[in-house]
Write a protein that binds this ligand. Sequence first.
Ligand code: PMT
Length: 408
Amino acid sequence: MLEQRRILLIVAGGIAAVKIPDLIRRLRERGAAVRCILTKSGAQFVTPLTLAALSGDKVYTDLFDLKDEAEMGHIRLSREADIVLVAPATADLMAKMAHGLADDLATTALLATDKPVMIAPSMNVMMWTHPATQANLSTLQTRQITVVGPGAGDLACGEVGDGRMAEVPDIIAALSRHFQKDVRRGPLARRRAIVTSGPTHEPIDPVRYIANRSSGKQGHAIAAALIAQGADVTLISGPTTEPTPDGVKLVKVETAEQMMKAAQAALPVDIAVCAAAVADWGVSNPAPGKIKKTAGAKPPTVKLAPNPDILATLSKPGSRRPRLVIGFAAETSNVVKNAKTKRVSKQCDWIVANDVSPGTGTFGGDHNTVHLVTADGVEDWPTLRKQAIADRLVERIATALSGKASRE
Ligand code: PMT
């Protein structure tokens, strides 16, 4: 996807700039041409010489370098690219972009470009969640600027939370998806898909809820992989901090009931992948107000009622049944045996079985070890990154659907 793509990479001043040499190396391995603009503060973290050596091109640093202007003006610089990538995108640079400021080469090129722009924000968690940054982010998103990340984790400032620049493989995946969408091709072009992802929250009262440990990483990775193969994807997600994959239609839900309604509203589709960890039970009668703790009183009893089963409902035979329905099985024992039983009882086509026992890191981790259970048997896959599992699963989906008419 990245072969012969020209990327204008704007490197701003944040500690995440130290990841940029690796990003350039990986992009060039994939055949992309990378040309860098390094801001004055970016140069505090990475040298022009490093970027020049890795990109194999001149690094542009100063708007008022008359020689550069004679050789290549900032307008040409910004136009001679297929995409402009800002990584790391600092709070300051995002603010300047949102307000159309142009006081250095980077901001001038961003204002002058007629090419798609992608940003990989990186900053302290308080700066990221500050209403000013969030307002700037919304402004940029309304201008169709693609945002990749940030992720959550340890930040350079010592705090923990959102604000960590997306990892290099995630930035590369976002660029690949961008170009994939651009050419609108792939084995799943014109196929419609639903993916459920993340946990559900079942309210006990307006303050408390029952939840589970799903992060949405596996489901979101599947949505991204489907998009990369050309599918039209509705991602129905419970509460998660995972970045929304580029190009999906995102429907945010909280409860299993809402997830069920959203899935039915997205029909008809060719493919349904139920990766969400849906609560099997909701609270039968959530309290309308906060349940008070009264001294000496008995703790309240929470009465549960079964939730609708989305996977089983979608799998029911009928004219609206997706051609391929894939469920997951989250097990802590007898993983494959239970998954086989689930495939039959829920009437889905395939089950992706994974062990979610403590210590496996399946919930919330970046890797997973799965078994693909189909009518033909069981395949044991090696431990892979969740995105690699998603890519492999989607490859199988494309093969299974090839030759079958789509539900456009
Ligand atoms: O989100 P991550 O942190 O990346 O973790 C990934 C994961 C562990 C959540 C994922 O790989 C996974 O296993 N998802 C399914 C979790 C689950 O609810 O499994 P289950 O065995 O309880 O349910 C079986 C299937 O029925 C699942 O496809 C589930 O989405 C579906 N289901 C369950 C209950 C319900 N009411 N409706 C459903 O559709």
